[in-house]
Design a protein around this ligand. Structure first.
Ligand SMILES: NC(=O)c1ccc[n+]([C@@H]2O[C@H](COP(=O)([O-])OP(=O)(O)OC[C@H]3O[C@@H](n4cnc5c(N)ncnc54)[C@H](OP(=O)(O)O)[C@@H]3O)[C@@H](O)[C@H]2O)c1
Length: 238
């Protein structure tokens, strides 16, 4: 059984919570991070007890992330898999270039890309203590692909995910020689992460989480392939 950390798990209809749930159902120990109190996670904690470690952290704040890592280190000696799922976008995300307030963009990029790097840096000491190769899966998006970009909106989100993809590649280069930590960026599919049954996306968050969990198990030792993949394990252009 593995120790698996998932960021951004506070909403039961969204992906992070369902990833945590899938791993708990599989018997793994889960470190679930939240930004603010979550009654849904409290309920999971009641059910799974010590198998679920809940920690509060804000990706925008290095102090908060480092403190979370200290707290987790008091409860577990290693992390096998880290899924960086948390995301935050600006209220202007759906607007185009001429309408969007450009000053809102840096915060989104900070959460998605820099925040993820803060988490990886703070939890790295626990990742390298994994008995096998530790795996970092950065939940990216097709919206972060520069080559495939067709949109004129979602500027902050697309820039954040493109920056996350760059961070993934840079950290791959940093980690790859000793094979202790592996890392990918993953487009998780089109998912009803808002919990709205009218959402036309084909996958529920629970279905998507199951697909991703299975995929992650197959990629841990892959140090040669392309670093940006889809939920079907297919290479996606940066
Ligand atoms: N839905 C899709 O079709 C689709 C497609 C491609 C990629 N994705 C990716 O899949 C992942 C999950 O999407 P989702 O819609 O399920 O996500 P979400 O519910 O919108 O957000 C996930 C969590 O991130 C947390 N968060 C926001 N800002 C934070 C911060 N500063 N520090 C710490 N946590 C923070 C939120 O916490 P609070 O609950 O406290 O706000 C939230 O619970 C995301 O990375 C998304 O980009 C989704």
């Amino acid at each position: 059984m593995a120790n698996v950390m998932v960021t951004g798990t506070g909403r039961s209809y969204a992906l992070g919570y369902n990833l945590a749930l899938r791993y708990l159902e599989g018997g793994d120990t889960v470190i679930a991070t939240i930004r603010k109190p979550s009654p849904e996670i409290d309920e999971l904690k009641e059910k799974y007890g010590d198998k679920l470690i809940v920690v509060t952290m804000d990706l925008l704040d290095s102090g908060s992330v480092n403190l979370a890592a200290e707290k987790v280190a008091q409860k577990t000696d290693h992390i096998d898999t880290l899924v960086n799922n948390a995301v935050g976008v600006s209220p202007d995300c759906d607007k185009g270039f001429f309408e969007a307030d450009l000053d809102l963009i840096p915060r989104t990029v900070d959460i998605i890309a820099v925040g993820t790097m803060r988490v990886i840096k703070a939890f790295y000491p626990l990742l390298i203590k994994a008995p096998g190769t530790a795996l970092i899966m950065n939940i990216s998006s097709e919206a972060g692909s520069i080559e495939k970009c067709y949109r004129t909106n979602m500027i902050d989100y697309g820039m954040g995910k493109a920056a996350l993809n760059m961070a993934t590649m840079n950290l791959y280069n940093t980690f790859k020689d000793d094979h202790k930590v592996n890392i990918f960026a993953v487009h998780p599919g089109w998912i009803r992460t808002d919990g709205n049954p009218d959402n036309p996306a084909p996958l529920s968050s629970y279905e998507a989480a199951g697909i991703l969990k299975d995929l992650f198990e197959t990629r841990c030792e892959d140090f040669t392939g392309h670093r940006f993949i889809t939920n079907e394990g297919v290479d996606y252009p940066f």
